[in-house]
Design a binder for this molecule. Structure first.
Ligand SMILES: C[S@@+](CC[C@H](N)C(=O)[O-])C[C@H]1O[C@@H](n2cnc3c(N)ncnc32)[C@H](O)[C@@H]1O
Length: 225
């Protein structure tokens, strides 16, 4: 039985406002900027991720401009949230182009979800935990709203496995963050486990583990420490 406490209190420190502003600013150009990577790799990786997702109730965190919407399986109902109203406005337009996808789009902070415990069967996030200000808090919230044995599916870029290159990424991270709102040296695999998920699968999609496909499971009989 899950005993995690619901966290309705919105987190609104400066870092969260900064992330919202950064994505509101870039929303208009986001799809264009990402186009080369989308065609080279992201579409293939999205297809791979969604093949493993089981519903019927799925939560997508940080839906952005809705690039995953075309990949939603036909038999799932998706609740998709994002911090940035301007990214969401683009996602709404994309959703309108795919009327057979069952998706509800909501403005919400992944660090303070307004859903009851154990609401969703699976949770998905693609390229999101690099910019969530407190990733462990966001991953704990994802755990809380997932039913026991439900799964978390992530595509994330993160700190590479090589310590030598990883240390360079650590040094460059603050500069990157100030310029873009994105952290380049997050330890997302460790963060998932810190949040209480059980890691089931970790596949390197780019050299050195720079981009990974991660699947984790919510343990049954979870107790709040
Ligand atoms: C790099 S974009 C990825 C968008 C989309 N998932 C994709 O694959 O194209 C990161 C998204 O995460 C959202 N985001 C960042 N922090 C968030 C938070 N605390 N809660 C909800 N969404 C957040 C941003 O607004 C942005 O839309």
């Amino acid at each position: 039985m899950s005993t995690l406490v619901q966290n309705h209190v919105p987190v609104e420190p400066e870092a969260t406002s900064f992330a919202r502003r950064a994505y509101d600013r870039v929303a208009r150009y986001y799809d264009l900027l990402e186009l080369p990577m989308e065609w080279l790799a992201f579409r293939r990786w999205r297809r791979r991720l969604w093949r493993n997702v089981r519903g019927p109730r799925v939560l997508e965190l940080g839906v952005g401009t809705g690039k995953n919407i075309p990949f939603y399986p036909p038999d799932v109902t998706v609740t998709a949230i994002d911090l940035s109203p301007r990214m969401l406005a683009r996602a709404r337009r994309r959703a309108a182009r795919f009327p057979d996808r069952d998706v509800e789009l909501l403005e919400m902070d992944a660090q303070a979800l307004s859903f009851p415990n154990d609401t969703f069967d699976d949770v998905v996030a693609t390229f999101v935990f690099c910019s969530v200000p407190d990733p462990v808090k966001g991953l704990r919230e994802a755990l809380r709203v997932t039913r026991p044995s439900g799964r978390l599916h992530l595509l994330e870029h993160m700190r590479v496995r090589s310590e030598r290159i990883g240390r360079w990424m650590d040094r460059l991270d603050p500069l990157f963050y100030r310029l873009t709102g994105v952290h380049i040296a997050r330890r997302t695999t460790e963060n998932i486990q810190k949040a209480g998920w059980v890691l089931e699968q970790e596949v390197d999609l780019a050299p050195g583990g720079l981009v990974r496909h991660l699947i984790a499971r919510k343990p049954t009989n979870l107790q709040e420490p």
